[in-house]
Each structure stands twice: as C-alpha cells, then as structure tokens.
Design a protein around this ligand. Structure first.
Ligand SMILES: [Mg+2]
Length: 347
C-alpha cells in the first residue's frame, strides 16, 4: 500500500477525472518495475579515467553519468554494493564495496571527487582494481554474487591492458568499458573480452544516450549468471470505495464514468510490457479484484490473472447490497490478499 509515500496516492474530484489519472498511475508503476528488474544482488565497481585529456566540464559530466548509473540500481548492503577508483598515470582509491551502503552516500562521494590529471595507464589501473574484488574489501564473489567492473575512459592507454584484463575476467568478473571520443576500439575490446560489454560514444554529452543500454547489459549478465531468467512480474489488486450509494444495484450503477473507464484503466495497467522494464524478461502483469464489506469481510474475490474482459464484466456487474469503504479493514484485507495470493516481485 502507499504507506507514507504521497507520490503513490492519487486524488480526483470526480469520476470524470479518472480519464487522465490512469496515465499518471502507469508512470509510477513504470518506475517501480524498473527497480524490480534491477534489484538482483551485484557488486559493481567503477574505474574512472581522470587523466588530463579530459577537460573539467567533461569530467563533471562523467561523474554525473556515473551517479545516474548508480541510481539505476538498488544500492544496499544486501542488494547492489558499489565501489569506485580513479586513475590516470597512477591509481587512486576512492571507496571499497563495503564503504557506503546507500545511493545518497555513494553519490555524495562521487560528486565531491576532483580531477588529478596526468597520463592514461589503463593496464596499471586494471591491475590495481583487482583488490576491490576481495572479500575483505566487501566483495561477495565467494558467495557467488555477480561481480562487475565498469571502466569509463576517453582514450588510448599508455601501457598494455590485455594481461590485467584477462586476469580480472579469469576471476569471473564481468568487465564493461565505456569509451568516449576517439577511443582505441580494439584495446577496449581486449579489456571487455566481448563486444556486448563495450559502449562507445562520440562525446561526453552523448553518455546519456547509452545509459539505459549499459544498465540493461549489466542486468542481463547477472541474469545469465543466475541460470533461469527471473520473473519480472507485477500483481495489481483493485478495490472499490463506493460509499455514497443507495442500497442494492450492481457495482457500477450510478457511476457511469467508472463504468466506462474501469475497463480502460484495467487494460492500460495490464499492458505496460516492454515500456519500462530494464531487465531481459518481459513484464507480466496480473490484475485481481476484491470487494470488501465495511467490517473487512470479503464479499467477492477474484484472484490474480492476466487482463480479462470477461472477469472485469463480472466484477462490474456484481451485486452490491451495501456501501464499501476505504478503511483499515479494507487495507488489511488487501494485505492478506497479497500475502496469500500474489507471487509477483511488485505488488
Ligand atoms: Mg587520457
């Protein structure tokens, strides 16, 4: 339920306004499904180029882009842990995987970093970053949790990268590279070991365009490591608070707007597939309905299943002998419904 989060509560003055409301609800649902596809466990280490070939403005864009990537994951001790280092001619530690367990703390550190300048020794940096994947520094590699390194650089290395990259991948670390500008593709390919993990853009300003793809690729590699594709599913239960009504009649009687828009809302929220999921599996949406009496007793109950016009028609024509209320008893009833009937990752 919405709890204290007012962004998940929508008000309309009348049923006519439902016409536009369902679009807002879909938007919020989309944001929630994004998180679901990203909530796998993972250790994510960033290696940022701070060499002098990057101007200060671009360095700032790169930091912002890194926080955008971080924000696409659920950062916590249990789910996604983030570590980061910078490099130029030398390697510079920033923070280990067990230093910050919140998105805010990670972002705060990244945005406060300064650029040291200097040359570009990617080989040395890859060698040095290996220590970030040790258990004592927060890596959960021995627990079988996905290990990822994301290198962001604007160009050619002054030292050899191949051996250092090979030894990272030999440890089971998935290596991603983001090359900006006139980069040495072959060299970056030696680093990632596969073209799927290599992303190149013409300039720092274009980083935004590949963000989603980078996130998707990181998510995807995790799913493959885990074997079967995880279910990306949403269960939506609909309840009705129809207090002002004369006794008897069917659910929608006297509410012509509800009558015409309920099917539309139900159909719309059940068709968010592909719109917003960042994982590999398509989103599967099921809808359930329940009518609850004022004291919390279930009057009518429909279990979670894909959108069905027939079910909805049954719901809309249910005989409603008494008013229904949005009260504690109703919320408890829906809590119980989700606990017992829903197996989806988003409820
Ligand atoms: Mg450079």
């Amino acid at each position: 339920m919405a709890g204290h989060d007012s962004s998940k509560v929508f008000y309309v003055d009348n049923f006519k306004a439902l016409e536009t409301l369902y679009k807002n609800i879909t938007q919020v649902l989309c944001n929630i499904t994004k998180q679901v596809c990203e909530k796998q466990q993972a250790d994510l280490v960033f290696l940022l180029d701070q060499s002098g070939s990057i101007n200060q403005e671009d360095y700032t864009i790169m930091k912002k882009f890194t926080t955008d990537l971080v924000n696409s994951f659920k950062v916590s001790e249990e789910l996604v842990r983030v570590g980061l280092a910078q490099f130029s001619s030398e390697f510079q530690d920033e923070f280990d995987l067990n230093k910050f367990y919140s998105q805010e703390a990670v972002n705060k550190h990244i945005l406060s970093m300064t650029q040291r300048g200097g040359g570009t020794k990617i080989g040395l940096a890859l060698d040095s970053i290996r220590g970030y994947f040790e258990a004592s520094r927060g890596s959960r590699r021995s627990a079988g949790i996905s290990q990822n390194l994301v290198l962001i650089t604007d160009g050619e290395s002054q030292d050899d990268v191949e051996d250092a990259a090979d030894s990272l991948r030999a440890l089971g670390i998935e290596v991603f590279a983001i090359g900006i500008g006139n980069v040495h593709d072959l060299e970056l390919l030696q680093i990632t070991g596969t073209p799927e993990n290599l992303f190149t853009v013409n300039d720092f300003g274009s980083l935004d365009k590949i963000k989603q793809k980078v996130v998707e690729t990181i998510c995807k590699s995790e799913v493959e490591d885990d074997g079967p594709i995880r279910d990306c599913s949403i269960d939506i239960a609909m309840g009705f608070d129809i207090t002002r009504r004369t006794a008897g009649g069917i659910l929608v009687s006297g509410h012509t707007k509800l009558q015409s828009f309920l099917p539309e809302i139900a159909r719309y929220v059940s068709s968010v597939q592909g719109l917003c999921c960042t994982g590999t599996a398509p989103v599967k949406t099921n809808i359930a309905y329940r009518l609850v009496a004022e004291n919390g007793v279930t009057r009518d109950d429909f279990n979670f299943e894909g959108y069905s016009e027939e079910v909805l028609r049954k719901v809309m024509t249910l005989n409603l002998a008494e008013p229904t209320y949005f009260n504690t008893a109703m919320l408890k009833s829906f809590g119980q419904k989700f606990n017992t009937q829903s197996r989806a990752s988003v409820k």
